[in-house]
Every structure is written in C-alpha cells, then in structure tokens.
Design a protein around this ligand. Sequence first.
Ligand code: NAP
Length: 310
Amino acid sequence: MYDVTILGSGPAGLTAAIYTGRADLRTLVVEGLSVGGQLMITTTVENFPGFPEGVEGPELMDRIRKQAEKFGAEFKLGDAEEIKLDEHPFKVKVSNEWHETRSVIVATGSSSRWLGLESEKKLMGRGVSGCATCDGFFFMGKDVAVIGGGDSAIEDATFLTRFAKKVTIIHRRDQLRASKAMQKKAFKDPKIEFIWDSVVEDILDVNENKVTGIVLKNVKTDEKTTFPVDGVFIAIGHEPATSIFKGKLELDDHGYIVTEGVKTSVPGVFAAGDVQDPRYRQAISAAGTGCMAGIEVLKYIEGEQATGGW
Ligand code: NAP
C-alpha cells in the first residue's frame, strides 16, 4: 500500500513527490504516457527562478525527477486507466494492475487542443503538427502557418523562425491574447506575418498526402481564400486530462478539477498543476501547487492516523 499515489510527472507531480518522499511517505508516481509533461516539448524556459541563463525544458524535468528519486519516490510508466475513489484505501489501475493508496495527488496536466478538421487528422505528421519544438526542424527554408493568438502561438512562431523562411500567424480575432512582451517580440520579427480575423476551414491537400495550403475564411467578410504553406502548427490551447475523474471528482464546465487550495471534492484526493489551473499554467505555478499538495497529503495522513482512520 502506498501512502500517496501521484498521477503525472510534470513539474506539479514531481514537486509533490519531492515533498512526500522527503516526508518519508511511500510515494508512487504514475508517470503517464507523456513522461515529464509539457516541458519536455518546450525549448528554453526563461522564467523558472534559479536559472538566470534559462534552462531547456527537458533538462529542468530531468533535474526535478532526479530530486524526486533521491527522496525515494517509485515510478511507474503508463497512464492511470481507472480509479476508485469511493472506497478506502483508494485504488488506481495502471497497466492492468491495481494499486492501493491512502491518498492521491492528481497532476495529469492538459494536452493540446485541435481544430477538429478531418484534413487536420489525415495530414498529422505530414505537415500538420501540434509541437513546433518537435517538428520545426523539418521545415527548413519553408513557409509555415501557426494557428492561434495566445502565448503558445507566439512562442511557436518565434521558435519556427529559426528554420522557416516565413511564419504566418493566423488568428480568429484582430487582437492577440498573448502577453504584451511576447507580442512585441513577434511584431518586431521580420520573418513573422499576421493574418487577422480568419479561421481555418480546411487543410490541403489530403489527396497529395502533404500540406500544400490552407483554406481560410475571414470571419468579418466571409471571404474565402487559399493560402499556400508547407506546414501548419496548431497552437490553440489545451484540454485538461480529466476523463477518468468524470463523476468522481467535481469538474468545472471546461473539465478542470475544482479545487479549494489544492483540495478536491473528495477528502484525501488533491490536485495540482494545469489540471486544476486554467489561468496561470506556468511551470513554476504547477510546481508551487505540487508543493502544496505534498504538504496537504502529509497533514491528511497524520490526521487519519491520529483519529485511527488507518
Ligand atoms: P490560450 O491562451 O488559451 O490561447 C489559445 C489561442 O487559440 C487564443 O488566441 C484563441 O483565440 C485561439 N483559439 C482557441 N480555439 C481556437 C479555434 N478552435 N480556432 C482558432 N483559434 C482558436 O492557450 P496557449 O497559448 O496555449 O496558452 C495557455 C497558457 O500557457 C496561457 O496561460 C499562457 O500564458 C501560458 N503560456 C506561457 C508561455 C510563456 O510564458 N513562455 C508559453 C506558452 C503558454 P481567442 O484569443 O480568440 O480566444
């Protein structure tokens, strides 16, 4: 039996594991299929305190993981497939095996949102990508489009200028959602252009099995145009990974776990990081809530022990 099972191995999950391991709690980290979380597909992180020169996302995760290992956390690859939160101890199924645990920290994060076009699905990996840092290299000297107007879209576009000849940001409004600092950088970049008030209606060309262009609709004029590109990077936000918690934990309208601090609707179950945070979604805020969840688990287990719960 584990004292705590942590679902997720991004900054939230691993920081929680440092705290629970260091408190001598038997800790299992279910790493998920995207080991290390979203920082594994990020380049330089410039805003994580303690790294004045910046640090590469994968290196940061490797360091945090080593720290969690040092304090005794055990790791299991794979996603949590099922969870039972209406019985004590709680039970978590990973790779067809059930694990018993006194408490749970949900730090499953969120994943990329897609446009939902048939052509997007068919051309995935053939010019359509959700990860500029993974696939940018393949577009050396080519023209690419980035869809979205948030920080991710601007970050991706800026990164892609390392490879592409021209990067066009396609946004459905005439104002970016991205932070002013990132906007400024993008507006100054001679390789970045913008198409405003436009949505992608189709990605061409499924018949050729590669991206040759996108069909755009101007939402103000309804005018349709075909814009030639060799690659399309989708950067329109994220969805929380909460499907196994439906009906078991209180979720908000967008599927994020509802928390008070880091407490969920079930005592003994805590949530940390992006899975409960649609607002800040930063590595440092995820790590912060991971720390809080680790401390709350310790208090919860001490409380249960004191009242004879275990
Ligand atoms: P986001 O802030 O939710 O932005 C998503 C963008 O995609 C918005 O501009 C949105 O348009 C657009 N969009 C959403 N659905 C769309 C659709 N179906 N079709 C076309 N466009 C669509 O997501 P994000 O950029 O991934 O950022 C998420 C969080 O991570 C934010 O808090 C951000 O600050 C943070 N972040 C920080 C950094 C950094 O600091 N280095 C880097 C990346 C992300 P509207 O604007 O019209 O809604």
